[in-house]
Design a protein around this ligand. Structure first.
Ligand SMILES: [Zn+2]
Length: 99
């Protein structure tokens, strides 16, 4: 006999919290931003780079929030270098704004 697991998922899906809207989501719905050992802050589409990571929904609204309110800097405990910030902004701009 199996135990009653109503509402539980059959398999555990890794959950991560978006640093902008604070909601948890399956890892694959979020994009990882990593602070590298060199102090750079960059996108980690593979999710496999070494370093402290933060997750943001792959959505314009969350990226805007994360970048405008210094959420990334706080989550990663580092000042985001200007060139890296520019790159992340460029990434945010490729995402369609939610109307
Ligand atoms: Zn979000």
């Amino acid at each position: 006999m199996t135990k009653a697991t109503s509402g539980a998922r059959p398999r555990t899906v890794p959950q991560r919290t978006c640093i902008a809207c604070r909601s948890t989501e399956a890892k694959r719905a979020l994009v990882r931003v990593v602070r590298t050992p060199e102090g750079r802050v960059e996108l980690d589409p593979t999710g496999k780079k070494n370093g402290r990571g933060a997750y943001v929904h792959e959505q314009r609204a969350c990226w805007d929030e994360a970048l405008k309110k210094d959420r990334l800097a706080r989550a990663l405990k580092v000042q985001v270098p200007a060139p890296d910030l520019a790159e992340l902004k460029a990434h945010a701009e490729t995402l369609a704004a939610t109307s």
